[in-house]
Design a binder for this molecule. Sequence first.
Ligand code: SF4
Length: 764
Amino acid sequence: MAKKQPFEKASKAAGGWGALKSVGRQLVGSGKPVAGAKTMLKANQPDGFDCPGCAWGDPEHGSSFEFCENGVKAVAWEATRARVTPDFFAKHSVQELRCWSDHDLEHQGRLTHPMRYDADSDRYVAVGWEDAFAGIADRLNAIEDPGQAEFYTSGRASNEAAFLYQTFVRLYGTNNFPDCSNMCHEASGVALTESIGIGKGTVQLEDFEKADTIFVVGQNPGTNHPRMLADLRKATERGARVVVFNTLKEKGLQRFADPQNKLEMIRGGSKATSTDYFRPRLGGDMAIFRGMAKVVFAAEDAAQAAGDAPVLDHAFIAEHSQGFEDYRAVVEATDWAQIEDQSGLSRTQIEEAAGFYLEADSVVATWAMGITQHRHSVPMIREIVNFMLLRGNIGRPGAGLCPVRGHSNVQGDRTVGINEKAPKPLIDAMEKELGVPMPREPGHNVLQAIGAMLSGEARAFIALGGNFARATPDSQLIDQAMRNLDLTVNIATKLNHSHLMPGAHSYILPCLGRTEIDRNSKGVRQIVTVEDSMSMVHGSGGINLPASKELKSEVQIIAGIAKATVGDAVVDWDALGDDNDKIRELIERVLPAFENYNEAVRKPRGFHLFNSAAVRQWNTPTGRANFSVADLPKETEWQQAKGDDQTYILQTFRSHDQYNTTVYGMDDRYRGVYGERNVVFMHRDDIALIGAEAGDRVDVLGCFEDGVDRTAADFRLVPYDIPRGCVAGYYPELNVLVPHQHYGDKSFTPSSKSVRVNFRLRAK
Ligand code: SF4
């Protein structure tokens, strides 16, 4: 058992000295503490670079320290002194490296040279860029049907890289765009498009300063969007209600000690980040919002009966919405017993929470994976929207919806065309611009790409960043499927597990990081752009020298592969690959919302991309905001397992020392876990119920009846304050238990927050 960090245990607040200590450790660990600290001063600054971490917004008038502990981890991890050179690959076979942990692989440092897989020696060997491009083109062009190639995008890719990528892939002839958002906020995109006509949140950062009540649902900002804590804290300080619905009592959603507040740090103080905290069962949030809607309708009836002012915003409902009466009927038809059993909250608790909605003039609702990774996530998110429509809490100051994105540009990638559904307006505009037909057949999302890889239909997999093999469900099946491919290509900054699942032909192409200077052939420093969760598009320019002279930008790599594969008769890849301004001019012609793109993005903090719903324009088939009328799920996974002492519902999540599949360290100090990752958080009474004791080691067994043995071996049971019947643990280690066939209706998002599992005690 690793040594406990004494003072950490004591702190009841997120941030504080623990954050500073962790920051220090990360900067020292990068081998360049002073340079690293200097680099951080340019993070999220108008003349600096965008933090490659999450997609929380930047305040208009930010401080010179506009970063958080996890932003430092992301930057220090990228700006490390450590290098993975051709010599490294000469020393280690792919088979050997496959046994290394996710942490140890990336900890080796930055990739320095393009590498080609040599199957005979089972090693990667150095290759020249042009040879790599030619080799990749040969394999891609050897595939009869372009639909047999999968083109994956990680949310770290800039708008310019993502737009060029979609242009290349569509010219190659497919819409196969498996995208990391398929595994995170896809349900938000689908639900919001159906409800309000745009697949994005409607609020801006300023709305958090005006809201009377903020609902934070299925989200852990302390680890995943740490700067949000400052906004929540400011809200509670000015008397707003911050109402949390979360299965776990997350430290960041209770108190935050601001490391930038010297007095507070000296006194060991902190402030609340929430005012009310409710603990639903996994998958129970839709029932909560359904229950709160019942309370709102009862309050409306009471007001009418008393001749008081109406509770509902009738003017908004009449002018802007569709389906109100049907929605009211389905709410009235939902009984409290089902609501209480499914949500895990009592009627009294739900009435209390609804009261915080009724007392507020303006309300913001935010959410993340705790909502989006269930089978019924789309109707669940639509239920949140329904609830917000009742009092017109969309499209006015201090009110609106905020799915908080996990990756710094995952929203931007979708905006500029990374979309397997091949939206007609985009394809029409691309055809008009390029003068050639584009594929209109919808392509593959992540799960469909997995299906094609498992069936052998897919022959090639190209990844613009990310760690597909570890981010996806059914890890053992994916590993094999990737190795059955003819071609795998990974554009990356650091070595990861997916690179060790080489197809017959495989390349690792090292790219510049977000913090590194990108100069074109004329020596002009290039900037890229990203879009945050608040639809703000801003510029990002690296400030550090590249980790290797061999590195190319994502844009240059895509241009190189594209030119070699589809030729440059239609697109001048050399010109675009050498000048991001030219790519932005092309984006502006194809996507009119990016008006004066090159000028606008050079303004401090960039510009707000037009959001129709934020101004109450509803781009829906009805031309209105649509109430949905879905029934609650007959039974959630938790309800199906109820009464079975051996079956539990697992949610996978991140530790505090992790960002997506990148593992910076082995601690999770906010949850009291140090030096290990093979842990399962479980209620003390449930541990006893399976005949175990706290600290016992178990194998976690998947319960999906498809004949596939899904086992996560040798995990330690950690007693934790979590609702009975629910358990939790980290991905990617537990992704082996998530069946790829277990996904959200309409969203195709793996249901990683509701996986049925059993336990097998291991010998002591
Ligand atoms: S909140 Fe997100 S974007 Fe901001 S510094 Fe932290 S990790 Fe980076």
